[in-house]
Structures are given as structure tokens and as C-alpha cells.
Ligand binder design. Structure first.
Ligand SMILES: NC(=O)C1=CN([C@@H]2O[C@H](COP(=O)(O)OP(=O)(O)OC[C@H]3O[C@@H](n4cnc5c(N)ncnc54)[C@H](O)[C@@H]3O)[C@@H](O)[C@H]2O)C=CC1
Ligand SMILES: O=C(CO)COP(=O)(O)O
Length: 335
């Protein structure tokens, strides 16, 4: 593929808008598709997305539109709608008949109905289109404000990964190229589930030691599943794995961590989910992550506990008892 001059961003939420700004700062011509007409008009007329990025006014002018046709033929597309909408969005893109560049998956999750990674969903819906994955420790608000951020950008070929990195690089945004598409997706999907557990521990005031233990044991789960599925070790310890896990497990800026905080404070998951509120992808990925782990014969007790808190309203105290009462395990091989 040649140099990327135009970037189409699909999704006018916090992350889609932040990535559109990133591509604009990198000198690309950017077209941003948003489902909500109010978002399109706010971005066009006020240079703001008040619903998803409150109190931020952009220096950059973004060409926002409600028409997928106007975006689909860009040199590269960033797909930035929630993970569970990926298949429908790809089908809608296919209908335009215009997709020609790589499609970079920016959502963090696993398809609930099939247990498939989003790259597999892409291969099924738009066969022949080059896949990409963008993931790593990056809060949309930080990125939109131009704070320094580094992420992993993976593609099947080094050439495509590098050209995507060049298309997005700016003084405040540093992408690292990778050819590990699979591994780059696993960290993003699992860290959201693990961040819910860390938030719950903090919400229940169980202390910083418990939070650190959970983050480290969470990383063991992410690594075991990633390794079993074929991820590269450097990916799991890199930005999209350990990097994003550390960020999300330690900050109430994370929506997944905040969802967990509420669970720790005594709210039931069913109450929180029925009240709507901000997107917490981990609530949708927990059960399917457990199923994926079973398929690969891997133990993921923290993810399993989060899945029970979400699907069965297991309380934080019962969750803690379940984890602490597990049979003793060795931390190292050979014991
Ligand atoms: N916000 C962040 O800091 C980051 C988010 N992500 C990931 O990006 C993905 C999107 O997250 P955000 O933009 O933050 O969420 P958001 O809640 O801010 O925005 C979601 C956007 O998707 C649109 N949307 C919802 N359902 C839709 C559907 N059925 N069809 C089409 N559009 C639909 C909404 O209108 C909204 O524009 C998630 O998977 C998230 O994990 C990744 C890195 C950072
Ligand atoms: O993925 C993110 C940071 O890397 C954003 O995390 P939350 O979706 O939990 O807010």
C-alpha cells in the first residue's frame, strides 16, 4: 500500500474523536463518521464533542458526517465503535462497496455471541481487507488534550504497520509497530475485565496491597491466555498488554475501573447495567473471556469471578472469599 493521505474514522464517541484529532495532528485529511446527528453538528460547528469529551475544544477542524459513504473510501479506516457493534458496522461498510484501505480495529473486546476476536469478525465480514489493530494505554481525554501517549499499531505486514504508524504519529502520539495482530487484541480485551476487579477492590477499601496483587495475578491470566492463543511475549509485556493493564487497573479515569468501584461500594452489576451510564467493555467481555480461556484450557480465576459478579450478581465479599479460598498454587514453573 502507498502512503496514507486520508483517514476515515468510524465512531464519534470519546475514542473515535480523539483518534480523529490524532490523525489530523499527524497531517492527514480526516473524515469522521458519527451515528448521532447532534455529535456531527457539534463537531462541525463548535469543534467540540460535549457528550463524550466534555470541556474540550479542538484546535483542529474535523470533517464530521453521518454518511458512511463519505468515509468508507479513505486510504485507511479506524473502526472505533463499541466491540459488540463491530460486525454490524463492518456489514454496513461492506454495503458501501467502497472500502479499499486497511481497517484498523480500535475497540477493546471479544464478540459475545461467537467468542471471536474482532480480527476474525473482520475477516468474515470484509474478506480480503487488510486488518489492523490499535491498542495500548491511552485515555481518550488525555489524547484529545494532546498529552503524550504511546500505543501499539499491529498489522499482518510490517509495511502496513509502519505506514499506519507514520499516518498517526505526531509530537504527542507515538505508535509502535507490530505484526502481532492477535496478541495486540488480547491485552485490550482482558485488561477491561481485570480493571473491573481492581476497581471493586478499591471500592471495598481492601487496600493497595490487594490492588497490586490483583493486577499482578491479572497479568498472569492475560499472559496465560495470550500465550495459549499464540500471542508474542513482547506483546503481552508491551503497551497493549501490561501497559494498558497497569493504566486501567490504577485509575478512576477508566470507565471499567469505575464500574468496579461501584461494585465494591455495594451496587449490584444488574443495577449498574440497567441504569445505562458510560461504556464498560469488560462487562460484556468477562463471560466470553472465560469461555475462551476454557477452550484453551487456561485458568482465569479473576476473570471468572468478575463474570460471576456481572452475570450472577455475586457480591464483592463473596467474590473475595472465592478468590482467597482457592487451593494453593505455585507462582513459578517446576514446583
Ligand atoms: N475512551 C477511551 O479512552 C478508549 C476507548 N477505547 C475503546 O474504543 C471503543 C469505543 O469507546 P469510546 O469511544 O470510548 O466509547 P463512547 O461510549 O465514548 O462512544 C461510543 C460511540 O459509539 C457509538 N455507537 C454506540 N452504539 C453504536 C452502534 N450500534 N452503531 C454505531 N455506533 C454506535 C456511539 O454513538 C458513540 O459515538 C471501546 O471498545 C473502548 O474500549 C480504546 C482506547 C481508549
Ligand atoms: O482503554 C482505555 C485506556 O487504554 C480506556 O479504558 P476504559 O474503557 O476503562 O475507560
Amino acid at each position: 500500500m502507498g502512503a496514507i493521505k486520508t483517514v476515515g474514522v468510524i465512531g464519534g464517541g470519546a475514542w473515535g474523536t480523539a483518534l480523529a484529532l490524532t490523525a489530523a495532528r499527524a497531517g492527514r485529511e480526516v473524515r469522521l463518521w458519527a451515528r448521532d446527528p447532534g455529535t456531527v453538528s457539534d463537531i462541525r460547528s463548535k469543534r467540540q464533542n460535549p457528550r463524550y469529551l466534555p470541556k474540550i475544544t479542538f484546535d483542529e477542524e474535523l470533517a464530521a458526517t453521518g454518511s458512511l459513504d463519505e468515509v468508507a473510501d479513505a486510504d485507511a479506516l479506524l473502526l472505533v465503535t463499541p466491540a459488540q457493534t463491530t460486525r454490524a458496522m463492518l456489514a454496513a461498510l461492506k454495503k458501501t462497496g467502497k472500502v479499499r484501505g486497511p481497517v484498523v480495529l480500535c475497540a477493546k473486546g471479544i464478540e459475545q455471541s461467537s467468542g471471536k476476536l474482532l480480527s476474525k469478525v473482520l475477516a468474515e465480514e470484509l474478506p480480503g481487507v487488510e486488518p489492523g489493530v490499535l491498542s495500548g494505554p491511552s485515555f481518550a481525554d488525555d489524547v484529545a488534550r494532546g498529552l503524550p501517549t504511546a500505543v501499539t499499531v499491529a498489522a499482518n505486514s510490517a509495511k502496513t504497520a509502519l505506514s499506519l504508524c507514520e499516518a498517526l504519529q505526531s509530537p504527542c502520539f507515538r505508535p509502535y509497530a507490530s505484526i502481532d495482530i492477535l496478541g495486540t487484541q488480547i491485552g485490550g480485551a482482558l485488561k477491561n475485565v481485570l480493571a473491573i476487579a481492581c476497581g471493586a477492590v478499591v471500592g471495598r477499601k481492601l487496600g493497595a496491597s490487594a490492588q497490586a496483587a490483583l493486577t499482578a495475578r491479572g497479568f498472569a491470566e492475560l499472559s496465560r491466555l495470550g500465550t495459549a492463543m499464540g500471542a508474542q511475549g513482547e506483546t503481552l509485556t508491551g503497551l497493549s498488554g501490561l501497559g494498558d493493564l497497569v493504566l486501567t487497573c490504577s485509575s478512576s479515569q477508566s470507565r471499567n475501573f469505575s464500574f468496579g468501584l461501584r461494585l465494591g461500594e455495594g451496587f449490584m452489576a444488574s443495577e449498574l447495567i440497567s441504569a445505562g451510564g458510560k461504556l464498560a467493555e469488560g462487562a460484556y467481555s468477562a463471560r466470553v473471556a472465560v469461555k475462551l480461556a476454557r477452550k484453551h484450557d487456561v485458568e482465569v480465576p479473576i476473570c471468572e469471578t468478575v463474570a460471576k459478579m456481572i452475570d450472577e450478581d455475586l457480591t464483592i465479599d463473596d467474590a473475595l472469599n472465592t478468590l482467597m479460598a482457592r487451593p494453593l498454587k505455585s507462582e513459578t514453573a517446576g514446583l
